[in-house]
Design a protein around this ligand. Structure first.
Ligand SMILES: C[S@@+](CC[C@H](N)C(=O)[O-])C[C@H]1O[C@@H](n2cnc3c(N)ncnc32)[C@H](O)[C@@H]1O
Length: 210
């Protein structure tokens, strides 16, 4: 902990734009003295923000990129949160098993994944549901935030352009169809509980484990 360098902090601009609206959704799903596991925490700016506004829980960050974990840990140190908030875990959703300790497993009540499923292959979305199921109990939740395609709602021009640019970077990336994600959820024992419309044509989708 002492060796963590403040200069490793990264800034992901979007986090400042979406953190308040995501926190407003999360506020409905906070159980005091529990732990929420964040998958794909990126810079860690969301993590420290949520930890500060939800002090009754433990916010456990994770990311498979070493540079991102360094940034997360630097943000935790910068915000003086190390007495409350654990260091970032090295979780790649596709690598089994996720490094979840018995202590985390006993406290966890939900998993939060912001802006990952469209910036990774579909196999990662499959792995996210599969491993979320094995690390959660009945009635626990999985929240996925990001842009989606919905058959009953016209996709915004900005999301269509975003989808094209993602596929240009990697043909396996791209906005996911919400119906397809819901099917995957169902196959893994989750049920779609609620969909929140978020700013900039994003959604927060809450799945509950049956
Ligand atoms: C667009 S960033 C989003 C970061 C952060 N959640 C945010 O909203 O600012 C995508 C993140 O997904 C992570 N990621 C990519 N593939 C992953 C995988 N297989 N398992 C877990 N995380 C992954 C990346 O390392 C990166 O931090």
């Amino acid at each position: 902990m002492e060796n963590i360098n403040l200069d490793n902090r990264l800034n992901f601009a979007a986090t400042k734009r979406n953190r308040d609206s995501i926190a407003a959704v999360l506020s409905h799903y906070i159980s005091p003295n529990s732990l929420l596991l964040e998958i794909a925490s990126g810079s860690g700016e969301h993590g420290v923000f949520f930890q500060k506004i939800f002090p009754s829980i433990i916010w456990q960050t994770s990311d498979p990129e070493q540079a991102h974990r360094n940034s997360i840990n630097s943000w935790i140190k910068h915000e003086g949160l190390f007495s409350k908030m654990p260091e970032a875990l090295d979780i790649n959703v596709e690598k089994s098993p996720w490094p979840i300790t018995k202590q985390i497993r006993s406290l966890i009540k939900g998993i939060v994944c912001i802006n990952m499923i469209h910036i990774s292959p579909w196999s990662c979305t499959k792995a996210l549901f599969k491993h979320s199921k094995s690390n959660l109990d009945q009635n626990h939740f999985l929240m996925i935030y990001g842009p989606f395609i919905r058959k009953e709602v016209q996709t915004s021009a900005s999301n269509l352009i975003f989808d094209q640019s993602l596929k240009f970077q990697n043909p396996l990336w791209g906005l996911r169809n919400l119906d397809e994600v819901n099917k995957l959820a169902f196959l893994n024992g989750f049920e779609q509980e609620k969909v929140y419309e978020m700013p900039a044509n994003n959604l927060s989708v809450i799945y509950r484990l049956n």
